[in-house]
Design a protein around this ligand. Structure first.
Ligand SMILES: CC(C)(COP(=O)(O)OP(=O)(O)OC[C@H]1O[C@@H](n2cnc3c(N)ncnc32)[C@H](O)[C@@H]1OP(=O)(O)O)[C@@H](O)C(=O)NCCC(=O)NCCS
Length: 264
């Protein structure tokens, strides 16, 4: 099975940015379509992937699936047909870029999360699940993996200098931003990646989110980042307001549509 060949044959595919190990079980590979399912243990969800010209081949397979599953990177042409068989849009991530950091003061004092505080940080992110579409929170293992550089995203993208900046109210962690840099070998790199930004609901609306973003961008400037990148759900107006306020602009590409079938 040569994924690059399969991608060339069909007009639509969701196989970009996918490792061979993330393909899982191949259910269809017959010249009309390629369809696979894979249980993602990090996200704890079954993931379907496809390469095809006609969505009917995917629908035939999905109608037999009775458990919860996710399809990342759904083509917008397929959304209505998949909604008809019970899927719904889980998130629509849009890329935002900020070019240059001249509008930022150099910051060189940060309160970084200590790895021993990973559980507290994870609980903070989990408290915010469902407060905005596209925000799913993180586990203790993910937080530790971000700091240690052991999670797949970091390894695949080649992220370095990853950190988590926090805000505290006495001993309590009330906000955090995960940042890291990638693209060191690029002419216009490196890029600062803003991976998570979250503020405890009880403390929102007090400009803590903005302060964290400013510090995150200051960290990027300190490490000579040339631009910053983040993904945010199109409906997350509150977060988008902050990102635009500090110089981020939406990328031209379509948003990444992820659809879910929720069996519960
Ligand atoms: C996004 C988040 C981090 C913001 O944190 P916060 O500390 O409440 O934010 P701030 O107080 O710094 O700023 C909020 C800004 O949004 C504005 N705002 C609030 N609701 C808004 C809305 N519905 N539409 C547009 N702007 C809105 C406020 O007016 C304020 O901007 P201003 O200072 O220019 O007036 C927080 O809401 C959160 O944790 N959300 C859940 C997790 C999440 O979605 N994170 C982003 C993932 S990309």
């Amino acid at each position: 099975m040569d994924i690059d060949e399969i991608k060339k044959i069909f007009k639509y595919n969701t196989l970009d940015y996918v490792l061979k190990s993330e393909i899982g079980e191949v259910l269809v590979n017959d010249g009309h379509a390629f369809i696979s399912k894979y249980f993602d243990t990090q996200q704890n969800i079954l993931i379907y992937r496809y390469a095809l010209d006609d969505v009917k081949y995917l629908i035939d397979v999905l109608q037999k699936e009775k458990t919860t599953y996710l399809i990342p990177f759904v083509h917008k042409e397929f959304v209505a047909k998949l909604e008809k068989i019970g899927l719904s849009i889980r998130s629509m991530f849009k890329g935002f870029f900020k070019f240059g950091f001249n509008d930022f003061e150099l910051v060189n004092q940060f309160d970084f999360l200590d790895i021993s505080e990973s559980e507290k940080a994870a609980l903070l992110t989990q408290k915010a699940i469902n407060t905005s579409r596209g925000f799913f929170g993180q586990t203790k293992q993910w937080i530790e993996g971000w700091i240690l550089g052991t999670i797949d995203d970091i390894k695949e993208i080649g992220v370095k200098n990853q950190q988590i900046i926090v805000k505290r109210d006495k001993d309590k962690i009330i906000g955090l931003i995960c940042i890291g840099l990638y693209g060191f070998d690029k002419e216009n790199g490196p890029t600062l990646w803003v991976r998570e930004l979250v503020v405890d609901q009880d403390y929102q609306g007090q400009k803590i989110g903005q302060t964290l973003l400013q510090e995150g961008l200051g960290y990027g400037k300190l490490l000579n980042a040339k631009k910053a990148f983040l993904l945010v759900d199109e409906l997350n107006n509150n977060a988008i307001h902050i990102y635009k306020k500090y110089g981020f602009c939406a990328a031209d590409e379509d948003a990444q549509i992820d659809m879910i079938y929720d069996a519960d």
